[in-house]
Design a protein around this ligand. Structure first.
Ligand SMILES: Cc1ncc(COP(=O)(O)O)c(C=O)c1O
Length: 432
């Protein structure tokens, strides 16, 4: 691993010119990449287990079809002013996207990011219900603009000085590993909403929507029990509260299904997507049931939604997914089982592996100081991430002491095995 002067220079210049972001674990300065690999500017080669925060689901830098579609569109027209003028590609993309949703989903709002997709979902749910309050979950991450930040309750640093966010009420997300008695987790979480939130804090008649990530992403790759999701759906229906599924991170095939919520046998009223949806370019989408109604013209819009280059990438990506659906599903199942098998073995072998959880190829491994106390192993996690980086494996953290494992779903088996070997060595060395 070469860390040359150029890398240090760029990092120093970045700290002078760029407003702070969340980078903290290792000095990766991207240069180029393709498929399973990415290179930094010193020529170091990495296997990608991060999909660059859930974006490169079909491989680093998209696939050849996505890149070709982008190049062709750039030479035709990039910005169609989709708010004011008409254009065909965003319409056919929306039609294609709707074929991935249950019957009755009939409208798509196109934007540029996950947070914007959620902003639209907030506005839609208030408009459709004429109610103001929103319910969201602890540990959730829905974005950082002021509406979606109100929903986010992952870390206080993300909210400090930006509130108050007084129309959002938070409630516990079923985090079985850290529940006193995991058996009671689903029931306790539903009971909390019924007994405290909807009985003491706000009338259900004033709640517009419940926002939920089918698997919590930034919060720690937490998978809720199936019965929780079913009961949540029933509760929402009983009170005519809309259920919004934030699929920004968990959607788009990572779990083996296009919609992560489908893993729970439940349908939402509104879905939000971004990240992988744009095939590597910025795109957000809010997709809602036709029966809910529509927005009056002028009540919501943006400049860049429907950008033709983003749409070209997203369209080529979605076409690939639709055409290869069965083989992609098989891939996710096989590779996901392989990752889980390896991690579960590590859980038996190493004291610091506390919990392993996930669906398909969206998997988290939570590190603890001891299996008995479950004290989060924060330093050890940093050490594992840094060791992996130095050994040529890119990984990202989530939650307090969890590592997320989200390679491109198209990753070759050999590279997957190699990556898991690097991870295991790093865990072994952090354990000792
Ligand atoms: C579940 C979820 N929702 C929303 C967002 C916000 O997306 P963006 O960063 O594109 O605004 C994220 C980003 O990580 C996310 O994971």
């Amino acid at each position: 691993m070469k860390i040359n002067k150029r890398i240090n220079d760029i990092i120093a210049r970045d700290s002078m010119a760029i407003s702070t972001t969340t980078r903290e674990h290792y000095p990766f300065v991207a240069s180029h990449g393709s498929g399973d690999f990415v290179f930094d500017i010193s020529g170091n080669k990495f296997i990608d287990f991060s999909t660059f925060i859930g974006v490169y689901t079909l491989g680093v830098n998209g696939n050849a079809q996505i890149r070709k579609a982008v190049k062709e569109q750039v030479d035709k027209l990039m910005h169609p002013a989709f708010t004011d003028f008409y254009s065909e590609p965003p319409v056919s993309f929306a039609e294609k996207l709707l074929t991935m949703f249950p019957k009755g989903f009939g409208k798509v709002f196109l934007s540029n990011s996950g947070t914007e997709a959620n902003e639209d979902a907030i506005k839609l749910s208030r408009l459709f219900t004429k109610r103001q309050y929103l319910i969201a979950f602890y540990n959730s991450f829905h974005g950082r603009t002021l509406g979606s930040l109100g929903l986010t309750a992952s870390k206080t640093v993300q909210r400090e000085h930006f509130g108050p966010f007084n129309s959002v009420i938070h409630t516990p997300y079923p985090y079985e590993y850290r529940w006193k008695d995991p058996k009671d987790c689903a029931t306790d979480c539903i009971e909390h909403i019924k007994k405290y939130i909807l009985s003491k804090e706000v009338s259900p008649r004033e709640v517009a929507a419940i926002f939920i990530e089918p698997i919590q992403g930034e919060g720690g790759y937490i998978v809720p029990p199936k019965e929780f999701m079913k009961e949540l759906r029933e509760l929402a229906t009983e009170h005519q509260i809309l259920l919004v599924s934030d699929e920004v991170q968990s959607g788009y095939m990572k779990t083996g299904k296009f919609l992560a919520l489908d893993n729970f046998g439940v349908t939402a009223d509104i879905y939000t997507m971004a990240k992988a949806l744009g095939g590597g370019l910025p795109m957000g989408a809010t997709i809602y049931k036709k029966s809910l109604g529509d927005m009056p013209a002028g009540s919501h819009a943006n400049t860049f939604g429907g950008n033709l280059v983003s749409v070209a990438a997203a369209n080529a990506s979605l076409e690939y997914v639709k055409r290869n659906m069965l083989s992609l599903q098989k891939m996710v199942k096989q590779k996901g089982s392989y990752i889980l098998k390896r991690l579960n073995q590590m859980k038996e072998d190493y004291e610091i592996v506390g919990d392993v959880r996930g669906i398909g190829m969206m998997i988290g491994v939570e590190l603890v100081k001891s299996k008995r106390t479950k004290e989060p192993a924060i330093m050890e996690r940093s050490k594992v991430l840094e060791t992996c980086f130095r050994e040529g494996l890119l990984l990202l953290p989530c939650g307090v002491s969890t590592i997320r494992i989200i390679p491109p779903i198209t990753i070759g088996q050999k590279n997957l095995e190699k990556g898991m070997d690097v991870l295991e060595d790093a865990i072994k060395s952090a354990s000792s």
